[in-house]
Design a protein around this ligand. Structure first.
Ligand SMILES: [Zn+2]
Length: 393
C-alpha cells in the first residue's frame, strides 16, 4: 500500500516547531480589520516561495481597507479538481502590539490584547501544509488559497471578493474551534431597520400637537415575536435611538435588527412579517388626514445561508481524512456567519473546520500547538486523499 505509506510519511513530516514559530510571527504582525497590507506582504512572500502565483483583488478599495483579498494559486501535480483553502487575515481589536506567550504547549497574549489565533492559526496551518507538500514532493491537487480581509467587519472581504479568480467548487475554511468538526450549515440573515417619523411638540405645553415616534415604535415592537422563533429561525432588534429631550414629544426614532434562518423561505416570511407589522401599526395609529406616524423600512440581505449535504464530496473527504487519522469528524450547524456563507452563495461549498482557537475575541484567547498540529494533519490528509483519487469512498 504505497498510498498508506505516503500518508503516514505525511503526518510525520509536520514540523511542529516551524508551525509554532510561523504562528507566533504572524500574530505579532498587526492586522486589525482594514489594515491587512503588512501581513499580506509577508504571506505573499511565503506563498511565492512555496511556488504559488499570488494576486490581490480590489476589495481593499471597496471596503476602505489598505489591502485586497489575497488569492494564491498552486498548480499542483495531479489532474483533479481544484480545492480552496481559506482563512482571514484581519483580527478584531485590541489587536495591535500582540506579545505572545507560549507555556505548557499553549499560546496566549499577555492579557492586554487578543492573541489573533482567529484566524492566523489558519494562515500558519495552510502555509505549513503547502510547505510539507513541496519539501517532500507529495501528490498535490490544484490548490487555491484565499486569504480574506475584513471578515470581522461582516465578511466584507468575501462579499467583495473577485470570484472570477477562483475555479474551485469546494474547499475548506479554517475558522472554527473544534478540530473534529466541520460546519456544513449556517443561517442566512437579513438586516432590518425601521425609521419612524412622528411630530415634535412641547411635552408639557402642547402634547396634543405631537405624535410620539417612540410610542409608535413601541406599539409595533410589542406585536412582534422576537428571539428564537423555531429551531432554525431567530429575530432580534438590537439598537434603538431617537428622541431629543424629556420635554419634547419625540419626532424621530430608528430601530435596527436582524432575522436569521437556515431556511431562506422562512427568512423571507419573518422579514415580511416584521415589515408589514411596522407599516400596519403606523397606519392604525394615524388619525384621519395626518401623515404621521409613518415608517420607512430598510431591508438588506446580510449573507446567504450555507447548507452542504452530508454526502457532498467536501464532507466525505474530510470524514475520510479524519478516519485515516483515527478521528471523528462531526457535521455541525452554526448560528453565526462565516466567509463560508458568502462562498456558498457563489457556488463554492466550503466546510468550516476548527484549528483549536478558543475564547476568541477576548483577551483570554488561546490556542494549543497540538490542536494546530491536528488541523495541519487533517488538511494535509484531505489534500493527499483528493490528489491520489481516493476521494468519496
Ligand atoms: Zn475568524
Amino acid at each position: 500500500m504505497v498510498l498508506v505509506d505516503l500518508m503516514y510519511k505525511g503526518w510525520d513530516m509536520i514540523d511542529e516547531e516551524r508551525l509554532g514559530q510561523r504562528f507566533s510571527a504572524l500574530v505579532q504582525i498587526d492586522s486589525e480589520s482594514g489594515s491587512e497590507a503588512l501581513i499580506a506582504k509577508v504571506l505573499e512572500k511565503e506563498l511565492v516561495a512555496l511556488g504559488a502565483t499570488v494576486v490581490f483583488d480590489d476589495a481593499g478599495a471597496k471596503v476602505n481597507g489598505d489591502c485586497g483579498n489575497l488569492v494564491a494559486t498552486f498548480k499542483g501535480n495531479t489532474d483533479v479538481a481544484p480545492v480552496m483553502l481559506s482563512g482571514h487575515m484581519d483580527t478584531v481589536v485590541p489587536g495591535k502590539g500582540v506579545k505572545v506567550l507560549f507555556e505548557d504547549g499553549v499560546f496566549r497574549s499577555d492579557g492586554t490584547t487578543i492573541l489573533g489565533s482567529d484566524d492566523k492559526s489558519a494562515l500558519a496551518i495552510i502555509l505549513e501544509v503547502m510547505q510539507i507538500i513541496k519539501e517532500n514532493n507529495l501528490p498535490c491537487p490544484p490548490v487555491e488559497v484565499v486569504m480574506t480581509v475584513g471578515e470581522e467587519q461582516g465578511l466584507l472581504g468575501a462579499k467583495n471578493l473577485d470570484f472570477s479568480l477562483l475555479k474551485s467548487k469546494f474547499g475548506y475554511i479554517l475558522d472554527a474551534v473544534d478540530t473534529e468538526g466541520i460546519v456544513n450549515r449556517a443561517p442566512a440573515a437579513n438586516k432590518i431597520s425601521a425609521k419612524i417619523y412622528g411630530r415634535a411638540a412641547h411635552a408639557g405645553g402642547t402634547p396634543e400637537n405631537g405624535v410620539s415616534a417612540i410610542y409608535a415604535a413601541s406599539c409595533a415592537i410589542a406585536k412582534l415575536e422576537l428571539g428564537r422563533l423555531d429551531e432554525e429561525t431567530t429575530c432580534n432588534f438590537g439598537i434603538i435611538s431617537g428622541g431629543a429631550a424629556t420635554n419634547i414629544v419625540p419626532e424621530y426614532v430608528e430601530i435596527h435588527g436582524e432575522a436569521r434562518s437556515h431556511d431562506p423561505a422562512k427568512l423571507e416570511q419573518v422579514t415580511h412579517t416584521i415589515v408589514s407589522t411596522f407599516e400596519n401599526t403606523m397606519a392604525e395609529l394615524q388619525t384621519e388626514g395626518d401623515s404621521v406616524p409613518r415608517v420607512d423600512m430598510i431591508v438588506r440581505n446580510d449573507f446567504p445561508n450555507t447548507s452542504i449535504p452530508e454526502d457532498h464530496e467536501v464532507i466525505k473527504l474530510a470524514r475520510k481524512a479524519a478516519a485515516n487519522l483515527g478521528r471523528d469528524m462531526a457535521c455541525k450547524t452554526s448560528g453565526g456567519a462565516a466567509d463560508a456563507n458568502v462562498f456558498f452563495g457563489k457556488g463554492i461549498a466550503a466546510g468550516v473546520i476548527g484549528t483549536g482557537m478558543t475564547d476568541v475575541h477576548t483577551l483570554k484567547e488561546s490556542i494549543a500547538l497540538k490542536d494546530m498540529v491536528s488541523c495541519t494533519q487533517l488538511v494535509l490528509e484531505i489534500l493527499q486523499i483528493h490528489a491520489t483519487g481516493e476521494a468519496a469512498l
